[in-house]
Design a protein around this ligand. Structure first.
Ligand SMILES: [Zn+2]
Length: 128
């Protein structure tokens, strides 16, 4: 992904403090081309549920633009910095799960590949 994608996600999660925020990453060949923010229907500081209508719209947009779903991001405004047990349990798609966590006003993002109840970290790369 490029810096703009990074900033878009950061801006989205930051502006929803103290609630969790979420969205999707679309692209091809592991290269992000579009960040799509999705409303957190749960409106909760410790949980996210993608608004089903917005999620459907986003999936349709991704398909009609010939892109693939590459990742799902959501925030942990009060930590932890890794995928929670619930995140692992509820991971429905084999894509990179990006967790934005906030520690003392500083956001960081880490990527995880979640499969068979196990989360392994994947490297996120920012390109120019
Ligand atoms: Zn989570």
């Amino acid at each position: 992904m490029n810096k703009e994608h990074w900033q878009e996600m950061l801006h989205h999660v930051n502006r929803h403090i103290p609630l969790e925020a979420c969205g999707l990453l679309a692209g091809t060949d592991n290269r992000v081309e579009k960040v799509i923010v999705v409303r957190n229907q749960a409106q909760s500081p410790v949980q996210f549920v993608m608004d089903p209508y917005e999620q459907l719209k986003a999936f349709e947009w991704i398909e009609s633009n010939g892109l693939d779903l590459l990742g799902i991001f959501h925030s942990h405004p009060a930590g932890p910095e890794t995928a929670s047990a619930t995140d692992i349990l509820e991971a429905a798609y084999e894509v990179v799960h990006i967790i934005w966590s906030r520690i003392e006003d500083h956001w960081q993002a880490r990527g995880f590949w979640i499969k068979d109840s196990d989360a392994s970290e994947v490297r996120l790369r920012i390109i120019e």
